[in-house]
Ligand binder design. Structure first.
Ligand code: NAI
Length: 338
Protein backbone atom coordinates (compact mmCIF):
# COMPACT_ATOMS: atom_id res chain seq x y z
CA UNK A 1 0.00 0.00 0.00
CA UNK A 2 1.19 3.53 -0.74
CA UNK A 3 1.51 6.23 1.87
CA UNK A 4 -2.17 7.12 1.94
CA UNK A 5 -5.07 4.90 2.87
CA UNK A 6 -7.90 5.40 0.35
CA UNK A 7 -11.18 5.52 2.22
CA UNK A 8 -14.84 5.42 1.26
CA UNK A 9 -17.24 6.57 3.95
CA UNK A 10 -20.85 5.43 4.28
CA UNK A 11 -23.11 7.67 6.36
CA UNK A 12 -22.72 11.44 6.52
CA UNK A 13 -25.33 12.14 9.17
CA UNK A 14 -25.04 13.52 12.70
CA UNK A 15 -21.75 11.68 13.29
CA UNK A 16 -20.58 10.64 9.82
CA UNK A 17 -19.97 14.25 8.79
CA UNK A 18 -17.48 14.66 11.65
CA UNK A 19 -15.68 11.44 10.70
CA UNK A 20 -15.51 12.74 7.11
CA UNK A 21 -13.95 16.03 8.27
CA UNK A 22 -11.36 14.19 10.36
CA UNK A 23 -10.48 11.78 7.54
CA UNK A 24 -10.30 14.52 4.92
CA UNK A 25 -8.49 17.19 6.91
CA UNK A 26 -6.93 15.99 10.12
CA UNK A 27 -5.90 12.32 10.06
CA UNK A 28 -2.37 11.72 8.79
CA UNK A 29 -2.15 9.05 6.09
CA UNK A 30 -5.82 9.08 5.18
CA UNK A 31 -7.35 10.09 1.84
CA UNK A 32 -11.13 10.38 1.80
CA UNK A 33 -11.91 9.56 -1.82
CA UNK A 34 -15.59 8.60 -1.91
CA UNK A 35 -18.78 8.92 0.08
CA UNK A 36 -22.14 7.17 0.22
CA UNK A 37 -25.43 8.37 1.69
CA UNK A 38 -29.09 8.08 0.80
CA UNK A 39 -29.54 11.78 1.59
CA UNK A 40 -28.92 13.95 -1.47
CA UNK A 41 -28.03 17.09 0.54
CA UNK A 42 -25.34 15.17 2.43
CA UNK A 43 -23.71 14.08 -0.82
CA UNK A 44 -23.85 17.66 -2.08
CA UNK A 45 -22.24 18.76 1.20
CA UNK A 46 -19.40 16.22 0.73
CA UNK A 47 -18.82 17.46 -2.80
CA UNK A 48 -18.81 21.15 -1.78
CA UNK A 49 -16.78 20.65 1.39
CA UNK A 50 -14.13 18.18 0.27
CA UNK A 51 -14.35 18.31 -3.53
CA UNK A 52 -15.20 14.59 -3.62
CA UNK A 53 -16.62 13.55 -6.99
CA UNK A 54 -17.11 9.84 -6.29
CA UNK A 55 -20.52 10.08 -4.60
CA UNK A 56 -22.93 7.17 -4.27
CA UNK A 57 -26.42 6.40 -3.07
CA UNK A 58 -25.62 2.68 -3.19
CA UNK A 59 -22.90 1.20 -0.96
CA UNK A 60 -22.32 -1.82 -3.21
CA UNK A 61 -21.86 0.46 -6.21
CA UNK A 62 -19.27 2.47 -4.30
CA UNK A 63 -17.35 -0.73 -3.52
CA UNK A 64 -17.74 -1.95 -7.15
CA UNK A 65 -16.44 1.26 -8.71
CA UNK A 66 -13.82 2.70 -6.37
CA UNK A 67 -10.34 1.38 -5.67
CA UNK A 68 -10.52 1.60 -1.88
CA UNK A 69 -8.24 0.34 0.87
CA UNK A 70 -10.78 0.82 3.65
CA UNK A 71 -14.38 1.73 4.43
CA UNK A 72 -15.60 3.91 7.27
CA UNK A 73 -19.08 2.87 8.39
CA UNK A 74 -21.18 5.60 10.04
CA UNK A 75 -24.55 4.54 8.66
CA UNK A 76 -27.63 3.56 10.68
CA UNK A 77 -26.83 0.75 13.14
CA UNK A 78 -29.15 -1.79 11.52
CA UNK A 79 -27.04 -1.59 8.33
CA UNK A 80 -23.63 -2.16 9.91
CA UNK A 81 -23.52 -5.96 9.72
CA UNK A 82 -24.24 -6.29 5.99
CA UNK A 83 -21.91 -3.41 5.13
CA UNK A 84 -19.08 -4.78 7.31
CA UNK A 85 -19.27 -8.29 5.85
CA UNK A 86 -19.50 -7.04 2.28
CA UNK A 87 -16.39 -4.89 2.70
CA UNK A 88 -14.37 -7.57 4.52
CA UNK A 89 -15.24 -10.11 1.81
CA UNK A 90 -13.88 -7.67 -0.77
CA UNK A 91 -10.59 -7.50 1.15
CA UNK A 92 -11.11 -4.00 2.57
CA UNK A 93 -10.14 -2.78 6.03
CA UNK A 94 -13.20 -1.74 8.03
CA UNK A 95 -13.86 0.80 10.74
CA UNK A 96 -17.42 0.64 12.02
CA UNK A 97 -19.36 2.81 14.39
CA UNK A 98 -20.95 1.14 17.37
CA UNK A 99 -22.97 -0.97 17.86
CA UNK A 100 -21.18 -3.53 15.69
CA UNK A 101 -24.44 -5.44 15.18
CA UNK A 102 -27.83 -5.10 16.75
CA UNK A 103 -28.24 -8.77 17.63
CA UNK A 104 -26.04 -11.78 18.25
CA UNK A 105 -26.67 -13.38 14.87
CA UNK A 106 -25.28 -10.25 13.22
CA UNK A 107 -22.25 -10.29 15.51
CA UNK A 108 -21.61 -13.95 14.70
CA UNK A 109 -21.67 -13.21 10.96
CA UNK A 110 -19.15 -10.40 11.50
CA UNK A 111 -16.84 -12.52 13.63
CA UNK A 112 -16.95 -15.23 10.93
CA UNK A 113 -16.05 -12.64 8.30
CA UNK A 114 -13.11 -11.27 10.34
CA UNK A 115 -11.89 -14.86 10.81
CA UNK A 116 -12.07 -15.41 7.02
CA UNK A 117 -9.88 -12.33 6.50
CA UNK A 118 -7.23 -12.25 9.22
CA UNK A 119 -5.04 -9.92 7.14
CA UNK A 120 -7.57 -7.09 7.04
CA UNK A 121 -7.95 -4.65 9.92
CA UNK A 122 -11.27 -4.29 11.66
CA UNK A 123 -12.19 -1.96 14.50
CA UNK A 124 -15.40 -1.11 16.38
CA UNK A 125 -15.64 2.54 17.41
CA UNK A 126 -15.73 2.46 21.20
CA UNK A 127 -14.52 6.02 21.16
CA UNK A 128 -14.33 6.57 24.91
CA UNK A 129 -11.26 4.33 25.08
CA UNK A 130 -9.45 7.11 23.15
CA UNK A 131 -10.53 9.93 25.46
CA UNK A 132 -7.44 11.09 27.39
CA UNK A 133 -9.18 10.87 30.80
CA UNK A 134 -10.61 7.39 30.21
CA UNK A 135 -7.26 6.22 28.78
CA UNK A 136 -5.46 7.63 31.83
CA UNK A 137 -7.93 5.84 34.11
CA UNK A 138 -7.14 2.54 32.41
CA UNK A 139 -3.42 3.23 32.81
CA UNK A 140 -3.83 4.03 36.52
CA UNK A 141 -5.87 0.89 37.14
CA UNK A 142 -3.10 -1.09 35.41
CA UNK A 143 -0.54 0.49 37.76
CA UNK A 144 -2.58 -0.59 40.78
CA UNK A 145 -3.52 2.97 41.79
CA UNK A 146 -6.90 1.90 43.24
CA UNK A 147 -6.03 -1.69 44.12
CA UNK A 148 -8.44 -4.19 42.63
CA UNK A 149 -11.37 -2.49 40.87
CA UNK A 150 -14.76 -4.04 41.67
CA UNK A 151 -17.42 -1.44 40.84
CA UNK A 152 -18.01 0.72 37.76
CA UNK A 153 -20.75 3.34 37.84
CA UNK A 154 -21.29 4.94 34.45
CA UNK A 155 -23.93 7.02 32.77
CA UNK A 156 -24.72 8.38 29.32
CA UNK A 157 -27.10 11.32 29.29
CA UNK A 158 -28.32 13.25 26.27
CA UNK A 159 -30.22 16.49 26.06
CA UNK A 160 -33.99 16.46 25.92
CA UNK A 161 -34.05 18.51 22.74
CA UNK A 162 -32.73 15.46 20.78
CA UNK A 163 -35.46 13.13 22.11
CA UNK A 164 -37.84 13.61 19.18
CA UNK A 165 -35.01 12.68 16.81
CA UNK A 166 -34.17 9.64 18.94
CA UNK A 167 -37.74 8.28 18.89
CA UNK A 168 -37.47 7.97 15.10
CA UNK A 169 -34.02 6.44 15.46
CA UNK A 170 -35.07 3.58 17.81
CA UNK A 171 -36.06 0.98 15.17
CA UNK A 172 -32.66 1.27 13.47
CA UNK A 173 -30.53 1.86 16.60
CA UNK A 174 -31.57 -1.15 18.66
CA UNK A 175 -32.90 0.98 21.55
CA UNK A 176 -31.46 2.89 24.49
CA UNK A 177 -29.20 0.12 25.87
CA UNK A 178 -27.58 -0.74 22.53
CA UNK A 179 -27.44 2.85 21.36
CA UNK A 180 -26.34 4.69 24.51
CA UNK A 181 -25.22 2.29 27.29
CA UNK A 182 -23.13 0.26 24.85
CA UNK A 183 -20.25 2.65 25.62
CA UNK A 184 -20.68 2.20 29.38
CA UNK A 185 -20.82 -1.58 28.92
CA UNK A 186 -17.57 -1.50 26.97
CA UNK A 187 -15.91 0.67 29.64
CA UNK A 188 -17.03 -1.64 32.44
CA UNK A 189 -15.60 -4.69 30.63
CA UNK A 190 -12.40 -2.78 29.91
CA UNK A 191 -11.87 -1.47 33.44
CA UNK A 192 -12.84 -4.69 35.24
CA UNK A 193 -11.08 -6.97 32.68
CA UNK A 194 -13.99 -9.34 32.98
CA UNK A 195 -17.19 -10.48 31.25
CA UNK A 196 -20.77 -9.95 32.38
CA UNK A 197 -22.57 -12.91 33.95
CA UNK A 198 -26.06 -11.49 34.53
CA UNK A 199 -28.02 -8.24 34.23
CA UNK A 200 -31.16 -6.57 35.48
CA UNK A 201 -32.56 -3.43 33.87
CA UNK A 202 -35.52 -1.19 34.46
CA UNK A 203 -36.74 2.16 33.19
CA UNK A 204 -39.63 3.98 31.60
CA UNK A 205 -40.90 6.75 29.41
CA UNK A 206 -41.11 9.36 32.13
CA UNK A 207 -40.98 12.46 29.94
CA UNK A 208 -41.72 11.31 26.38
CA UNK A 209 -44.48 8.64 26.22
CA UNK A 210 -43.63 8.15 22.52
CA UNK A 211 -40.71 5.90 23.54
CA UNK A 212 -43.22 3.39 24.93
CA UNK A 213 -44.80 2.99 21.50
CA UNK A 214 -41.46 1.70 20.18
CA UNK A 215 -40.86 -0.55 23.21
CA UNK A 216 -38.10 1.67 24.52
CA UNK A 217 -37.52 4.16 27.38
CA UNK A 218 -36.27 7.69 27.93
CA UNK A 219 -34.55 6.89 31.25
CA UNK A 220 -33.10 3.58 32.42
CA UNK A 221 -31.08 2.04 35.24
CA UNK A 222 -29.23 -1.28 35.15
CA UNK A 223 -27.24 -3.55 37.41
CA UNK A 224 -24.60 -5.89 35.96
CA UNK A 225 -22.86 -8.72 37.76
CA UNK A 226 -19.50 -9.87 36.40
CA UNK A 227 -18.17 -13.44 36.36
CA UNK A 228 -15.40 -12.78 38.91
CA UNK A 229 -17.86 -10.95 41.20
CA UNK A 230 -17.41 -7.32 40.10
CA UNK A 231 -20.41 -5.03 39.55
CA UNK A 232 -21.50 -2.21 37.27
CA UNK A 233 -24.34 0.25 37.72
CA UNK A 234 -25.29 1.92 34.45
CA UNK A 235 -27.88 4.53 33.65
CA UNK A 236 -29.01 6.33 30.53
CA UNK A 237 -31.19 9.35 29.99
CA UNK A 238 -32.51 11.19 26.97
CA UNK A 239 -34.13 13.97 28.95
CA UNK A 240 -31.40 16.22 30.39
CA UNK A 241 -31.75 19.99 30.24
CA UNK A 242 -28.24 20.95 31.31
CA UNK A 243 -26.28 19.29 28.49
CA UNK A 244 -24.61 16.03 27.48
CA UNK A 245 -23.53 14.38 30.73
CA UNK A 246 -21.39 11.29 30.34
CA UNK A 247 -19.43 10.34 33.42
CA UNK A 248 -17.95 7.32 35.14
CA UNK A 249 -16.58 6.25 38.50
CA UNK A 250 -14.39 3.21 39.20
CA UNK A 251 -14.09 1.94 42.76
CA UNK A 252 -11.29 -0.37 43.82
CA UNK A 253 -10.00 -1.92 47.02
CA UNK A 254 -7.67 1.06 47.59
CA UNK A 255 -9.34 4.05 45.99
CA UNK A 256 -11.77 5.58 43.52
CA UNK A 257 -11.27 7.20 40.12
CA UNK A 258 -13.91 9.67 38.90
CA UNK A 259 -13.95 10.61 35.23
CA UNK A 260 -15.70 13.73 33.98
CA UNK A 261 -18.19 14.09 36.84
CA UNK A 262 -18.78 17.70 35.99
CA UNK A 263 -19.45 17.94 32.25
CA UNK A 264 -18.35 21.57 32.06
CA UNK A 265 -17.58 23.03 28.66
CA UNK A 266 -14.45 24.73 30.01
CA UNK A 267 -12.98 26.09 33.25
CA UNK A 268 -14.84 29.40 33.19
CA UNK A 269 -17.17 30.11 36.10
CA UNK A 270 -19.90 32.65 35.43
CA UNK A 271 -20.95 34.77 38.38
CA UNK A 272 -24.20 36.57 37.63
CA UNK A 273 -27.71 37.16 38.94
CA UNK A 274 -28.33 33.37 39.04
CA UNK A 275 -25.30 32.72 41.27
CA UNK A 276 -22.16 30.86 40.18
CA UNK A 277 -22.33 28.44 37.25
CA UNK A 278 -20.36 26.84 34.42
CA UNK A 279 -21.63 26.00 30.95
CA UNK A 280 -22.05 22.34 29.95
CA UNK A 281 -21.05 20.46 26.78
CA UNK A 282 -24.11 20.11 24.57
CA UNK A 283 -23.62 16.82 22.78
CA UNK A 284 -21.47 13.70 22.48
CA UNK A 285 -19.33 15.25 19.79
CA UNK A 286 -18.43 18.31 21.81
CA UNK A 287 -17.46 16.01 24.72
CA UNK A 288 -15.50 13.46 22.67
CA UNK A 289 -14.21 15.33 19.60
CA UNK A 290 -10.59 14.83 20.63
CA UNK A 291 -11.23 11.11 21.13
CA UNK A 292 -12.93 10.73 17.72
CA UNK A 293 -9.85 12.18 16.05
CA UNK A 294 -7.45 10.00 18.08
CA UNK A 295 -9.56 6.94 17.26
CA UNK A 296 -9.49 7.65 13.52
CA UNK A 297 -5.73 8.30 13.57
CA UNK A 298 -5.16 5.07 15.49
CA UNK A 299 -7.07 2.96 12.97
CA UNK A 300 -5.23 4.48 10.01
CA UNK A 301 -1.92 3.87 11.83
CA UNK A 302 -2.97 0.24 12.39
CA UNK A 303 -3.46 -0.16 8.63
CA UNK A 304 -0.22 1.59 7.68
CA UNK A 305 1.99 -0.10 10.27
CA UNK A 306 0.20 -3.46 10.27
CA UNK A 307 -0.69 -3.19 13.96
CA UNK A 308 -3.66 -4.92 15.64
CA UNK A 309 -6.53 -2.51 16.42
CA UNK A 310 -7.36 -2.01 20.10
CA UNK A 311 -10.97 -3.12 19.83
CA UNK A 312 -11.80 -6.37 18.06
CA UNK A 313 -14.97 -7.93 16.68
CA UNK A 314 -15.07 -9.92 19.92
CA UNK A 315 -15.36 -6.65 21.91
CA UNK A 316 -18.19 -5.63 19.59
CA UNK A 317 -19.97 -8.93 20.15
CA UNK A 318 -19.58 -8.87 23.93
CA UNK A 319 -20.96 -5.34 24.21
CA UNK A 320 -23.92 -6.17 21.96
CA UNK A 321 -24.56 -9.34 23.94
CA UNK A 322 -24.87 -7.32 27.15
CA UNK A 323 -26.91 -4.55 25.47
CA UNK A 324 -29.28 -7.18 24.15
CA UNK A 325 -29.58 -8.83 27.58
CA UNK A 326 -30.35 -5.44 29.16
CA UNK A 327 -33.06 -4.81 26.57
CA UNK A 328 -34.55 -8.24 27.30
CA UNK A 329 -34.45 -7.64 31.05
CA UNK A 330 -36.08 -4.21 30.66
CA UNK A 331 -38.87 -5.70 28.51
CA UNK A 332 -39.50 -8.83 30.63
CA UNK A 333 -38.71 -7.51 34.11
CA UNK A 334 -36.46 -10.52 34.79
CA UNK A 335 -32.79 -11.03 35.58
CA UNK A 336 -31.08 -12.23 32.40
CA UNK A 337 -28.06 -14.55 32.59
CA UNK A 338 -25.50 -14.54 29.81
P1 NAI B 1 -27.96 9.65 11.14
O1 NAI B 1 -29.34 9.11 11.03
O2 NAI B 1 -27.73 11.09 11.39
O3 NAI B 1 -27.16 9.25 9.81
C1 NAI B 1 -27.32 8.00 9.19
C2 NAI B 1 -26.56 8.00 7.87
O4 NAI B 1 -26.71 6.69 7.30
C3 NAI B 1 -27.08 9.01 6.84
O5 NAI B 1 -26.00 9.63 6.20
C4 NAI B 1 -27.81 8.12 5.84
O6 NAI B 1 -27.77 8.62 4.52
C5 NAI B 1 -26.99 6.86 5.91
N1 NAI B 1 -27.77 5.73 5.40
C6 NAI B 1 -28.99 5.30 5.85
N2 NAI B 1 -29.40 4.26 5.06
C7 NAI B 1 -28.43 4.06 4.15
C8 NAI B 1 -28.25 3.11 3.09
N3 NAI B 1 -29.18 2.20 2.82
N4 NAI B 1 -27.12 3.19 2.36
C9 NAI B 1 -26.18 4.12 2.63
N5 NAI B 1 -26.28 5.02 3.61
C10 NAI B 1 -27.39 4.99 4.36
O7 NAI B 1 -27.24 8.75 12.25
P2 NAI B 1 -26.02 9.13 13.24
O8 NAI B 1 -26.53 9.69 14.48
O9 NAI B 1 -24.98 9.84 12.47
O10 NAI B 1 -25.51 7.65 13.62
C11 NAI B 1 -24.80 6.88 12.68
C12 NAI B 1 -24.10 5.75 13.43
O11 NAI B 1 -23.16 6.31 14.33
C13 NAI B 1 -25.04 4.88 14.27
O12 NAI B 1 -24.63 3.55 14.16
C14 NAI B 1 -24.85 5.37 15.68
O13 NAI B 1 -25.03 4.35 16.66
C15 NAI B 1 -23.39 5.81 15.64
N6 NAI B 1 -23.12 6.88 16.62
C16 NAI B 1 -22.06 6.72 17.45
C17 NAI B 1 -21.78 7.66 18.41
C18 NAI B 1 -20.61 7.49 19.30
O14 NAI B 1 -20.60 8.09 20.38
N7 NAI B 1 -19.63 6.69 18.92
C19 NAI B 1 -22.60 8.86 18.56
C20 NAI B 1 -23.65 8.99 17.57
C21 NAI B 1 -23.89 8.01 16.65
Amino acid sequence: MGKEVRIGIVGLGRLGRHHAENLAWHVKGSALVSACSIVEQELAWAQDTFGIKALYRSYSEMLDNEKLDAVWIASSSSLHQAQIVEALDRGLHVFTEKPMGIDLRECRLIEEATARHPGTKFMVGFVRRFDPSYAYTKEMIGQGAIGTPFLVRSQTVDMDEYAAFQVKFVPSSGGIFLDMNIHDIDLARWFLCDEVASVYATGGSYVHPEFETVDDADNTAALLKFRKGGMAILSASRTAFHGHDTHTEVTGSKGILKIGLSPSRNRVEILDSTGIRTECVRDFYERFSEAFLAEAQDFIDCIITDKAPRMSAHDGTKATEVGFALTKSFRTGSIVSL
